[in-house]
Write a protein that binds this ligand. Structure first.
Ligand code: GLC
Length: 723
């Protein structure tokens, strides 16, 4: 980057227009655009809500569907395909993946996020980034951070304790930065503990750059900058969209009058210049992408994303000679993506009714709004009823206030099942819906969440067994909204959202509270069955044998959860530490080996401000879901050495429990107190329990001057040194 003036450097820190950065000196302009499941390249008037049109592009399954594949290799292939489409469109940075945690099912943008679990989110998000960037197109991991509601999203403060932030809301970003080196990270609109993300120096510089080693560009969400000077100082590199030069001038003025260190402006300009160079040097000339091949990939991914929630009596797969009554508007007008900035103009859309017709012998269709559906269901061998949420029910920009399916849909289902017991429900929704009433009625349920433009073909493939479903839920389906851990703290009020449930998000909460759920995290059936045997644990490697005990080839997603019953901090009974899939023919057995990371056993110790792996016997649960545990084992782990410095604010209980400090302090107190202070075992346990939480320094106050504070401090200092 040739020597630039202060004005030129400041100019590099904001865009040229809605989607491009500035060309300054020898720094070229680059194009950024949405979005996570398809390229939203606009030619006309730009917007960040998917209002104006965009060029045709493949609409792959949005994250809510894609995550149900639990297939990083497939996600990486989609990232690469998106990279090819970006190059064809002349896009240098694609604004995704969205990796915010699904804290509450009512969040209007959950369709664009992967999971309630940070490990699944991190692994799939990293795969997406690696795929995209393998094509020389940059990712923009978003929205950093704790952007888990749409209500008041540009002002509201996510009030989260340090441990919860690290273990739940930052964890996926941390893994993606470490594993996939994203070219950019996008700061979210919201505040975190009162500070806007774009100007949060702790978040953007201390954590992201210094602790995680991120060396790319930090770009704002579109319109997320409230104070450009403070943001540049905090670590923001690029403000989007631009302010027409106004904030560039503010940066120059702030440097000139000493309110902003020019080094911060240099850093931002340097990072933007490096991004522009990397994005343009690797960009081959625009080449058309293979529309049919990408549609086929979208159909493959959608088929793998379908979750078979229920299949009583092996009603599925359907037989080609079955006469089928297809019911519901979504069979003709499929719901396959979400609303807002991620909205894609698809190259084509598979219509479920047509795709079913291509595989079935006899098909009838009823919209379902009148009672003809019941007659059709009665006359057919099987009824296939499409239910779900309309585009207007959920979107970027607003949240839902309930998780119910429309009452008319449930009434329709009830009327159909009453005359046709062989009824299959096919669901389309971005956020979770309460499924207890559906499960009570329908013997078979397919859940595709949102499947992208090939949804229709994928659903037909699964209905007829062309694809044996292997999808797994990436979000719990709760029995009631009221059971959700965030129920009383969503969407917040007066500019604040309190994350009062702490680390207990999703299955972590339902398991800790022993709550029934309609379908658990990780759940998904198959048209065949699998047995798990021969579990071996060697360190952080889990090995087992999986056997296909059914009658057809299938894919199984084996999940590994860890738990520590003796943990010294509040933890869920189990949390996901790894997973892997295996595809087996009927009767075939195979070995699955899953190596997880010791760091995924850790909790964040806010006292020490670092990760801590506790010692102890971890329960390793291997299963087909978070609640379908097939094998368990015990893993003995040597923990980290955790020495919290002892001070006069340390309690008697903490001090007496320490093998070095305890005896020394007892000796010091005994010499001053007439009856002495025996070790914790000496006092009757009731008395000890009463005094255990008294900070040592307060004992001085009770001693009537007999205990010397300075002496105690000296004893503690020596003990700390000797520990
Ligand atoms: C939107 C979204 C963000 C998107 C950006 C550009 O408001 O929050 O995800 O990438 O603006 O459209």
């Amino acid at each position: 980057m040739i020597a630039l003036t202060l004005e030129e450097k400041a100019a590099l820190g904001s865009g040229a227009d809605f989607w491009t950065t500035k060309a300054v000196g020898d720094v070229p302009a680059i194009v950024m655009t949405d979005g996570p499941h398809g390229v939203r390249k606009q030619l006309g008037s730009p917007d960040h809500l998917g209002i104006a049109g965009s060029i045709p592009a493949t609409c792959f399954p949005p994250a809510a569907g894609l995550s149900q594949t639990w297939d990083p290799a497939l996600v990486e292939r989609i990232g690469a395909a998106l990279g090819d489409e970006c190059r064809a469109a002349g896009v240098h940075v694609l604004l995704g993946p969205g990796v915010n945690i699904k804290r509450d099912p009512r969040c209007g943008r959950n369709f664009e996020y992967f999971s309630e679990d940070p490990l699944l989110t991190g692994i799939l998000g990293a795969a997406w980034v690696m795929g995209l960037q393998s094509r020389g197109v940059g990712a923009s991991v978003k929205h950093f951070a704790a952007n888990n509601a749409e209500t008041d999203r540009m002002r509201s403060s996510s009030d989260v304790d340090p441990r919860t932030l690290r273990e739940i809301y930052l964890r996926a970003f941390e893994r993606i930065v470490a594993d996939a080196a994203p070219w950019t990270v996008m700061c979210s609109y919201n505040r975190i503990n009162g500070i806007h993300a774009a100007q949060d120096v702790w978040l953007v510089t201390t954590v992201l750059r210094e602790q995680w080693g991120f060396d790319g560009v930090v770009v704002s969400d579109w319109g997320a900058v409230t104070d450009r000077v403070a943001s540049v100082a905090a670590g923001l590199d690029l403000e989007m969209p631009p302010s027409g030069g106004a904030t560039d001038a503010e940066v120059v003025a702030a440097v000139r009058d000493g309110r902003l260190d020019e080094a911060a402006v240099d850093r931002a300009a340097r990072n933007v210049a490096r991004l522009a160079a990397k994005a343009t040097e690797s960009a081959s000339p625009a080449v058309a992408f293979d529309v049919d091949a990408h549609h086929a990939l979208a159909r493959e991914a959608a088929g793998r994303a379908v979750v078979l929630l229920k299949n009583d009596g092996d009603l599925l797969p359907l037989r080609p000679d079955d006469s089928i009554a297809v019911i519901g508007e979504f069979a003709q007008s499929p719901r396959y993506q979400g609303g807002g900035s991620s909205h894609v103009n698809p190259t084509r859309v598979d219509i479920p009714l047509s795709e079913i017709g291509a595989l079935a012998g006899s098909v009838s269709y009823s919209h379902g709004s009148t009672a003809d559906a019941v007659e059709a269901a009665l006359a057919a061998d099987v009824a296939v009823v499409f239910l779900g949420l309309a585009a207007s029910d959920e979107s970027e920009g607003y949240d839902r206030d309930h998780i119910e399916l429309p009452a008319t849909q449930l009434e329709l289902l009830e009327a159909v099942v009453a005359v046709q017991p062989r009824t299959v429900v096919v669901l389309a929704h971005g956020g979770v819906v309460r499924l207890a009433p559906v499960a009570a009625l329908a013997p078979a349920i397919l859940d595709g969440a949102l499947l992208g433009q090939a949804a229709g073909g994928a659903i037909a493939d699964v209905l007829f067994g062309v694809v044996n479903p292997s999808g797994r839920l990436a979000e719990t389906v709760p029995a009631r909204l009221e059971d959700c851990p965030s129920y009383l703290n969503f969407p917040g009020e007066h500019g604040h959202v309190l994350y009062g449930e702490r680390v207990f998000v999703g299955y972590r909460a339902y398991d800790a509270r022993g709550l029934d759920v309609t379908y658990p995290f990780g759940h998904g059936l198959s048209y065949t069955e699998f047995a798990y045997t021969d579990l071996e644990l060697s360190g952080i490697t889990v090995r087992l044998t999986v056997t296909n005990t059914g009658t057809r080839r299938g894919r199984e997603v084996v999940q590994v959860y860890a738990g520590l019953p003796t943990s010294t901090v509040a933890r869920p009974p189990r949390w996901l530490v790894g997973f892997a899939d295996i595809t087996l023919d009927a009767g075939e057995s195979g070995t699955v080996e899953i190596e997880f990371r010791r760091g995924d056993l850790a909790y964040w110790d806010a006292r020490l401000d670092r990760w801590v792996v506790e010692g102890g016997d971890y329960v390793i649960s291997v299963g087909a879901s978070s609640r379908d545990v097939r094998l368990t084992g015990t893993l003995a782990v040597d923990g980290d050495d955790v020495r919290v410095p002892l001070t006069l604010e340390s309690t008697l209980g903490e001090i007496l429990a320490d093998p070095v400090a305890g005896p020394r302090v007892v000796a010091a107190l005994s010499s001053a107190a007439p009856s002495g202070l025996p070790d914790s075992g000496g006092l009757g346990t009731d008395i000890m329990r009463m005094v255990a939480d008294i900070p040592l320094g307060r004992v001085v106050a009770f001693s009537g001057g007999r205990i010397d504070r300075a002496h105690l401090e000296q004893v503690l200092a020596e003990a700390n040194a000797a520990r």
